[in-house]
Design a protein around this ligand. Structure first.
Ligand code: SF4
Ligand code: MG
Length: 326
């Protein structure tokens, strides 16, 4: 099955003052297939959001896509101009953000906004667009759809707003849906409902879903595959089952240990101490060396390569590259 999204060697750098370069995304490769959910996991500052914005080509100065390709159904969209990209966004790729209030216009009704999107992407008259909008709102579980059409964003709860965002996202039948911490701003009980709706829509429309989260609990429930990012790089990638049952990278183990309700076979580790180093000041050698409980001399000298350790399981850590070589 051909991937909807195929990212190869993507690099997104920010050129800061005094000649500093922040390597926010530094040579990452992955793909997402139709109907599949891939989770990008890591603490804030690990490069997850910049990866998503790079795919959408919403990187602004001093940031720049420095290298690599982003293929959507086989087409390299890094070569697209602004006009071509505008057509792709919200059409082939839709994105859902953490805080829906900022994505909705406060001065227009929900109906106005959703109908505008529908009419932009589908050849429908006003009446048809109205009916389609109501249909979409019902699809994402908003039962008072007709009334909601007349309301303004501030009249809705955070969870309802996020449902509206999902309705808008699916209104143009995107092939790829990117959700960046879609439930972080919501109450825990509402979070699960929103993720369920998103998952339902993914299955119904056979979309590829790239789910960005720092929550391993979310990963275990919704993702087919997991990509763990640290310091702008992929440090571990595996199927969800493999990653939860057999995490290898010390950072992944730390993430799993620092979060509740993770799979019981996983031995708990202490919360990872320290913070992600800034992207303009990564340590030489392994980027996790400043926080790693297993750090060795070699780790300061050499950044390990991403190495295949099992079927569909890659790890970037000297502990495992050694094992493989011996
Ligand atoms: Fe830790 Fe070294 Fe592995 Fe980096 S390479 S994660 S510092 S053991
Ligand atoms: Mg982020």
């Amino acid at each position: 099955q051909e991937a909807v999204l195929q990212v190869d060697h993507l690099k997104t750098y920010f050129h800061l003052e005094k000649g500093k370069t922040a390597k926010a995304v530094d040579d990452i490769s992955f793909k997402v297939s139709p109907g599949e959910t891939v989770a990008l996991v890591g603490e804030s500052g690990s490069g997850k959001s910049i990866s998503a914005l790079s795919i959408m080509q919403l990187i602004n100065k001093p940031g720049r896509i420095e290298g690599g390709t982003i293929r959507l159904n086989g087409e390299d969209i890094t070569k697209y101009n602004t006009k071509q990209m505008t057509k792709i966004r919200g059409n082939e790729i839709a994105m859902i953000f953490q805080e829906p209030m900022t994505a909705l216009n406060p001065v227009f009704t929900i109906g106005n906004q959703i109908m505008e999107i529908v009419r932009k992407h589908k050849k429908m008259n006003k009446q048809e667009a109205y009916e389609h909008a109501v249909h979409l709102l019902k699809l994402v579980g908003l039962s008072r759809a007709e009334e909601l059409m007349k309301e303004y964003p501030h009249q809705l709860s955070g969870g309802m707003r996020q449902r509206v965002m999902i309705a808008m996202a699916i209104s143009c039948d995107p092939k790829l849906l990117i959700a960046d911490e879609p439930t972080t701003a919501l109450d825990v009980t509402i979070q699960a409902q929103i993720l369920d709706v998103m998952n339902e829509m993914k299955e119904r429309f056979h979309m590829a879903l790239l789910l960005i989260t720092h929550d391993v609990g979310v990963v275990s429930q919704y993702a087919d595959r997991v990509i763990v990012m640290y310091g702008g790089q992929i440090v571990e990638a595996a199927t969800t089952e493999e990653l939860l049952n057999s995490p290898k990278h010390p950072y992944t183990k730390g993430l799993l240990g620092s979060l509740p309700m993770v799979d019981k076979h996983v031995k708990r580790l202490e919360t990872i101490k320290g913070t992600v180093p800034p992207a303009y000041d990564f340590p030489s050698g392994c980027r996790f060396s400043t926080r790693c409980p297993h750090v060795m001399d070699k780790c300061f000298a050499e950044n390990p390569c991403l190495t295949n350790v099992a079927v569909e399981h890659d790890v970037r850590c000297h502990l495992f590259t050694q094992e493989v070589k011996e």
